[in-house]
Design a protein around this ligand. Structure first.
Ligand SMILES: *Cc1c(COP(=O)(O)O)cnc(C)c1O
Length: 366
């Protein structure tokens, strides 16, 4: 069986170091807001090239906290609009609606599957306060045009960096490009913890201070509560694991790129649409390798018959989800087509050459 992502095997590579890290936390007997989290925040800031990292409970909370902090700072208020790609994972949009802000969905570019920057300006209204770009599938969504639009209309750029930790655009890491970024360390992400965790990265001192307080019940000083906050903190044990795994992230992302290159060079089936290749190799960390075909469900069944596990990212677009019932009238043809045709092939830093070759062989025979 070729797994979509063999997490057991991914973490087995570092088993000795991870067990040592866990033992140290158990021996220290300190589980939250301690030295491990501080050390990881410093490691991650250095890696991303951002002034501040604020560790939190998960990637969704990272995005929620950024928006909540902007509301506390008076940058945004209830009912304001945030531009977001229509084909993103639901969490990006949940972060917006949870703060009683309004997501304005904009179609992706069919070549990159990322927000179509040329469509942003026509979606801007007097209520627009931010553009939330998503580096979807691990591909950086960034351009000078985006920066120009944000500057011209005085909009914040918030990055959803959940899928792209390690990617580089304009010689900077994603997560350091915009005003603030939400990062996820969900176990299946490129930098995966052994449980949930996430982080906010930003160069903005004021925002960082408010986010940090908000993640800790709204308190910067023990028993003094400045804001109505959340409890969203990273466990010491997860921070200790993440500091171990961060050291290997660039190498793992490079293996993912090698696998993507092999898929690109060898999948030769006219029914299959491959992802377009980025001009700058580093701008994609190949979180998932998404192909498209009109025969998606048949192809997935055929791969399963051949013991190859695939996933669909994602079967139902956000505007057609039960939780957003009121959006039934909205229509996003490109987004809907992607959701009907997309199939994610096995991709991980522990796939063997034989496994990658087998996937290609089955695809080419289909
Ligand atoms: C995973 C993910 C999130 C949420 O991260 P969690 O840590 O699972 O809460 C947000 N946005 C995108 C695009 C994601 O892939």
């Amino acid at each position: 069986m070729i797994k979509f992502l063999d997490l057991q095997k991914v973490n087995a590579q570092y088993a000795a170091e991870l067990k040592q890290a866990a033992a140290e936390v158990i021996d220290a007997g300190w589980f939250l807001l301690g030295d491990r989290v501080k050390a990881f925040e410093s490691d991650f800031s250095n890696f991303i090239g951002a002034k501040h990292t604020i560790a939190c409970a998960n990637g969704l909370d990272a995005l929620r906290l950024i928006l909540k902090a902007y509301i506390e700072l008076g940058v945004m208020q209830e009912g304001d609009e945030v531009i977001v790609p229509a084909n993103t994972y639901i969490a990006t949009i949940l972060a917006i609606t949870d703060n009683r802000l309004k997501p304005v969905l904009v179609e992706p570019n069919i070549d990159t599957y990322n927000l179509d920057i040329s469509l942003i300006e026509r979606a801007i209204t007097p209520k627009t306060k931010a553009i939330m770009v998503v580096h979807l599938y691990g591909r950086a969504c960034w351009s000078e045009e985006l920066e120009t639009i944000a500057k011209k209309h005085n909009l914040k750029i918030i990055e959803d960096n959940a899928q792209a930790v390690g990617a580089i655009a304009q010689r900077k890491r994603t997560g350091s490009l915009g005003d603030a970024a939400g990062n996820s360390f969900y176990p299946g992400k490129n930098l995966g913890a052994l449980g949930d965790s996430g982080a906010i990265t930003t160069n903005d001192d004021e925002l960082a201070a408010v986010v940090r307080a908000l993640a800790n019940y709204g308190s910067a000083k023990k028993y003094v509560f400045e804001y109505q906050g959340l409890n969203s903190r990273m466990d010491e044990i997860q921070a200790a694991f993440l500091s171990v795994k961060l050291k290997h992230l660039d190498a793992e992302n490079e293996i993912r790129r090698t696998i993507a290159d092999y898929y690109q060079a060898n999948i030769k089936n006219p029914q299959i649409i491959l992802p377009t290749v980025e001009q700058h190799r580093d701008s994609h960390v190949q979180h998932i390798f998404v192909i498209r075909t009109k025969q998606r469900d048949k192809l997935q069944a055929c791969l399963a018959d051949n013991e190859i596990q695939t996933l669909i990212h994602y079967p139902i677009p956000p505007h057609q989800q039960e939780c957003y019932k009121g959006w039934g009238h909205l229509s996003f043809p490109i987004t809907e087509m992607i959701h009907d045709e997309a199939l994610s092939l096995p991709m991980s830093p522990v796939m063997t050459e034989a496994e990658v070759a087998k996937v290609v062989e089955v695809l080419n025979k289909f």
